[in-house]
Design a protein around this ligand. Structure first.
Ligand code: PMP
Length: 354
């Protein structure tokens, strides 16, 4: 019965695949390797004791927006909070895209853009990156001026390639393209580059960030948007009521109160990124792409064997089904010990199985 009733849009979709959670070393989801610090944990325990579990959350996330405003220097009226930045991607598309409108994403990039675009009935146009996952800015801008999409999504730095676009390039894009420009800065803390400085000048710029990566609270599902008050007011129309649960709001606030601890950890990851990139680059069978994020993309004719060998060791990294990412694997930067374990396992597959 249901197969006769399903919507055309749902028929086009496939559910987002996540490997079942198993014991082992998870280097596949770009998470931080550490849970919250003891100081944050203690603060959370105290707050849980006072939490009114019977009450709905604060629909405006007032405390969190105030904390985010101090952290970002952006007015609370220019902030919206989502149940993960995933929800904010969906909300943005619902706010600005009508069925049949074109949106442009890059390819390869984060898979949810296409899924949410399809869910909104958008024509999802994919601008192909070159073999090194870069692109010519003038060609990209020409393409956007020709296609005149309603909305452009730029993942900066890009997932899964790790490559980032400089601020001058983003400014040119904002100057020359009359679309909503959605810059997904899920990994910005690892690159240090943000388009936030352009917000006061361009009301069509929307920036998305998340607490799931550098802030290390993926379990809480908190994302936030920075945009002009006008853009925020449209996006807010598509926000489900009470979308961010009380515990998630509290966790994000307590993490922000201890921002120095977060910053220390980001520095550790950046140091490990440099070390691991150097080690992987020295392996002849691997091509390792420079990353400004908390993961590294690698390419190897023996990608299948590496993935399988690591999996059997209980080390989980990300493989891809799309042809554009043929022979590619993505590994999240972990702690020093985790990275050493990963590196040793890769070498074992490559040199001890021949
Ligand atoms: N954007 C990008 C580029 C991502 O890689 C991810 C998570 N993998 C997200 C958004 C979603 O993050 P979250 O919903 O956990 O905030």
């Amino acid at each position: 019965m249901v197969d006769k009733l399903v919507s055309k849009i749902a028929l086009e979709l496939q559910s987002y695949k996540v490997e079942p959670k198993v014991q082992g070393l998870a280097l596949d989801k770009n998470e931080m390797p550490w849970s919250v610090d003891n100081i944050v944990e203690e603060a959370l325990i105290k707050r849980i004791r006072n939490m009114e579990f019977n009450r709905y959350p604060d629909n405006d996330s007032t405390e969190l927006k105030t904390a985010l405003s101090s952290y970002t220097g952006i007015d609370p009226k220019s902030i919206s909070i989502g149940n993960g930045s995933d929800e904010l991607i969906h909300m943005t598309l619902q706010a600005f895209v009508d069925p049949g409108d074109a949106i442009v994403i890059q390819s390869p990039t984060f898979s949810m853009y296409k899924i949410y675009g399809t869910m909104c009935g958008a024509r999802v146009l994919e601008y192909n990156l070159d073999n090194a996952f870069g692109f010519e800015l003038s060609d990209y801008i020409d393409y956007l001026q020709r296609e005149r999409p309603k909305l452009v999504i730029l993942c900066n730095p890009n997932n899964p390639t790790g490559r980032g676009l400089g601020l001058q390039a983003i400014e040119q894009l904002l100057e020359k393209v009359e679309s909503i420009i959605l810059v997904d800065e899920a990994y910005f803390e690892f690159s240090g580059l943000t388009a936030a400085g352009f917000l006061s000048k361009y009301d069509n710029l929307i920036i998305l960030r998340t607490f799931s990566k550098a802030f290390g609270i993926a379990s809480s599902r908190v994302g936030y948007m920075l945009a002009s008050p006008a853009a925020i007011s449209f996006v807010e129309r598509t926000r489900p009521p009470f979308n961010v649960n009380t515990f998630a709001q509290i966790t994000a606030v307590e993490v922000l109160k201890n921002i120095d601890l977060v910053k220390e950890r980001i520095e550790l990851i950046k140091g490990e990124r440099k070390r691991l990139t150097k080690l992987l680059t020295e392996i002849e069978e691997l091509q390792c792409f420079e990353s400004s994020s908390n993961f590294i993309l690698m390419k190897s004719k023996r990608a299948g064997a590496i993935y399988k060998g690591l999996y059997e060791e209980g080390i989980y990294i990300k493989s891809f089904s799309s042809s554009k990412l043929k022979d590619c694997l993505r590994v999240t930067i972990g702690s020093k010990l985790e990275n050493d374990r990963f590196y040793k396992a890769v070498k074992e597959v490559l040199y001890e199985s021949i």
